[in-house]
Design a protein around this ligand. Sequence first.
Ligand code: PEP
Ligand code: MN
Length: 346
Amino acid sequence: MIILMRRGCTPEEVQTVSDRLKDMGYDINPIFGVEKTIIGAVGVPEYDKLEAADQIQGLSGVEEVIFVSKPYKFVAREFRPNKTIVDVGGVKIGGDEIIMMAGPCTVESEKQLFQTAEAVSRAGAKILRGGAYKPSTSPYSFQGMGLPGLQLLKEASQKFGLKVITEVMHVRKVEEVCEYADILQVGTRNMQNYDLLREVGMTRHPVVLKRGMNAKLEEWLLAAEYIASAGNENIILCERGIRTFEPYTRNTLDLSAIPSLNSLTHLPVIVDPSQGTGRRDLVGPMTKAAVACGADGLLVEVHPNPDKAIKDGAQSITIQQFEKLMPELAMVASAVGRELPLPIRA
Ligand code: PEP
Ligand code: MN
């Protein structure tokens, strides 16, 4: 780290800061400028030194403590130069193949779920999405089917050869959701629920960590660090849009997050254009843009009859739209050196 001393600080102040840094195990290198003095401190991993920085910041004569490396460790690109591939029972997320996760926002009935699962599987999706425990802005709206919803997801996935992703909202439900799902989804509202992050970190289940709707990339990566530092490195980041002043879309999908994350972290990155836009007409274009700029997969809401959906119908695409989208996406994938294999139709 670099310690920037205040203009006009005394030699004693510089000495006190230097001595304190040496006590902490740093090699120090002060540079005395005409206007300001800076002290370079090296030799101790910076991610371990947040508290040290706090102490130095409090010393007399210190203007600012500047970190030169990231506050996260396990999820940083430097920690693992090769990209992580998260293996979900043979479905590999983060490799050459673009992985499609598709299904309804929420599980409503056996008929709705099975019809969707069958169709998305036939079109080339590998993972079935569907909420059984739903985070709702209003306590009066539908909260999900709960356990029967999880059971339906498992049955549908087995019947149609898919893996399952579903949201877990509470620490006490982690074990139950692990029993039925192949991937745990931590939703935008829980990105900074540190107890939940630690709890999913204690499993070895793959986790999709959605971006908090107000989160900066660094805060998001620190949330991922909670999971990784608890021992679970099977983390997939999901960009799902952030709050901006623009009301035309439900959220503003931050596509620049994809290449940014690809340089900041080794973790795979997927995109949810459904929550990201809130608009069915924008889902197709955003999926293609996401693949073009380096996403490893997509999480898309598909419903057999979106106008009758209990939740998020306006942003759910129809089965026919999904079928049409897949070959278009495959072309974009191949244009950027990725693969999206489509099943051969009889
Ligand atoms: C969802 O995927 O249906 C959902 C509620 O996601 P988010 O947490 O991104 O709002
Ligand atoms: Mn939804």
